[in-house]
Write a new protein. Structure first.
Length: 73
């Protein structure tokens, strides 16, 4: 689970999120949903997340916005 979280510290910071043991699994599920990948398919999810956060500021901003909204921020 969440094999890519260590690479998303700046994204979580942009979203104003703190990842804890208690919320990590839910955040992971949300990320899978945002990128349209079946839950627990970490390598494919990470590949899709990279596309979202690296393909221009608009796409990254949309990803951060959706993540923030999904976790109630």
């Amino acid at each position: 689970m969440s094999c890519y979280f260590r690479h998303l510290k700046d994204v979580f910071a942009e979203a104003g999120m703190e990842v804890t043991k208690e919320n990590k699994r839910e955040i992971d599920r949300i990320i899978h949903e945002i990128v349209g990948v079946e839950y627990k398919n970490c390598p494919v999810a990470w590949a899709e997340v990279k596309k979202h956060i690296r393909e221009g500021a608009g796409k990254r901003a949309e990803f951060v916005k959706r993540l923030k909204e999904a976790v109630g921020g």
